[in-house]
Design a protein. Structure first.
Ligand SMILES: Nc1nc2c(c(=O)[nH]1)N[C@H]1C(S)=C(S)[C@@H](COP(=O)(O)O)O[C@H]1N2
Ligand SMILES: [Mo]
Length: 376
């Protein structure tokens, strides 16, 4: 314990919770696949996409600059076009009704490495996604208490993290006030039943089910209600998609872009691992399927390159922005096998063979395939 306390203090952290958070970080870095260490960009290994809940120690981490210091008494300021500006800390949030929502968190750039032609940015393959049970309070309830004025059209959001040098823009984002008032938008302080870890936004973060991870502001410190669109690099330039699909590799003028919001239907095979060997007999293809826009309608698996498809079994509760586990079992003689998964959501969207290319490499959702060898 002494050593932990010493290390905690050495990092500028004073509480035993902070020492624990530090030891968790040490453990997480051993399991997650590190794309970059500083800032923390750690991917969940694909083998974990065979279950409904992603355990926090293996849940992907994406931070532009890395976390600020752990400050359990951090306050959140609600200001701008409100009748009563509010300053709330974690204890102050307890005055609102507590809710828990199980939802996928997926980075807009998940799958970027698989777009062709390749684009710059963190080269995520499948690991920038996870599903957790998020507990906190509705942002709508907090905003109702503040009293949103009639001319407020956007919320602008800031965390407590800061760029490494003043010339780098701060991570400021925002979205329309309707999404802020959606009852599924939460200020969360627990993840899978445990207090939020520092790397996931402690003491509290935003949860925006169905919308890409960049909206899920960690270390939430400021919410400003405003008439105008949010300002700054990460809204005006970053996290935008072409308004109309473009030719792969094409340049897109800023005026022809719009902010990325929801993510489309997708499935990923967690097992068997690509390149694995398995014993002859019963094989099971297991993975997760979800859509930011609707509940999953079905997942199909093909063993013949997409000529024929079998409907997989689905586990878990169905809902938009919520993943279900799919399973397809069959008996196999020794040989080479390749399985492809394809999901369809209840809005009628089907996962495409090829993803829609865009200059920032967002929202990759093409068919996922794995190959493995069955031996006697
Ligand atoms: N304050 C702050 N919030 C942030 C970020 C950040 O860099 N700073 N990154 C965002 C992005 S791009 C993603 S994908 C998610 C990742 O959340 P996680 O690290 O808990 O998985 O956090 C979001 N919230
Ligand atoms: Mo992200």
């Amino acid at each position: 314990m002494r050593r932990r306390e010493f290390l905690g203090l050495g990092l500028g952290l004073a509480t035993s919770a902070a020492a624990l958070a530090w030891s968790r970080l040490g453990r997480a870095a051993d399991v997650l696949w590190a794309h970059t260490m500083r800032p923390q960009n750690w991917a969940t290994p694909t083998e974990y996409f065979d279950r409904l809940i992603t355990p926090a120690p293996v849940f992907f981490v994406r931070s532009h600059f890395g976390p600020p210091s752990l400050k359990p008494d951090r306050t959140l300021r609600v200001s701008g076009l409100v009748d009563t500006p509010l300053t709330l800390d974690a204890a102050g949030l307890k005055a609102f009704e507590e809710v828990t929502i199980t939802s996928v968190l997926q980075c807009a750039g998940n799958g970027r490495a698989l777009h062709e032609p390749r684009v710059a940015g963190v080269q995520w393959e499948h690991g920038a996604m996870g599903q957790a049970a998020w507990t906190g309070v509705r942002l709508a309830d907090v905003l109702k208490k503040a009293g949103v004025q009639a001319d407020a059209r956007f919320v602008q959001l800031e965390g407590a993290d800061r760029p490494p040098k003043p010339t780098v823009p701060r991570y400021v984002r925002g979205f329309p006030v309707e999404r802020a008032l959606d009852p599924t938008t939460l200020i969360a302080y627990r993840m899978n039943g445990a207090p939020l870890a520092l790397e996931h936004g402690a003491p509290f973060r935003l949860v925006v089910p169905g919308w890409t991870g960049n909206h899920w502001i960690k270390w939430l410190a400021k919410i400003e209600l405003r008439k105008d669109e949010p300002e700054g690099f990460y809204y005006a330039t970053g996290y935008r998609l072409p308004k109309q699909p473009v030719q792969p590799g094409a340049a897109v003028a800023p005026a022809d872009t719009r902010p990325v919001t929801t993510y489309p239907v997708k499935s990923i095979i967690g097992r068997p691992a690509d390149g694995a060997s398995a014993k002859a007999g019963r094989q099971e293809v297991v993975g997760v399927a979800f859509s930011g826009e609707a509940a999953i309608a079905r997942v199909e698996v093909s063993l013949d390159g997409g000529k024929t498809w079998s409907e997989a079994k689905l586990d878990g509760e169905s809902g938009a922005a919520r993943w279900q586990v799919f399973r397809h079992a069959f008996d196999a003689a020794p040989g080479r096998y390749r399985a492809i998964a394809r999901a369809t959501d209840q809005a009628g969207q089907t996962q495409p063979e090829h993803a829609v290319w865009n200059p920032s490499g967002y929202l990759w959702n093409a068919w996922h395939a794995v190959s493995w060898t069955v031996i006697a």
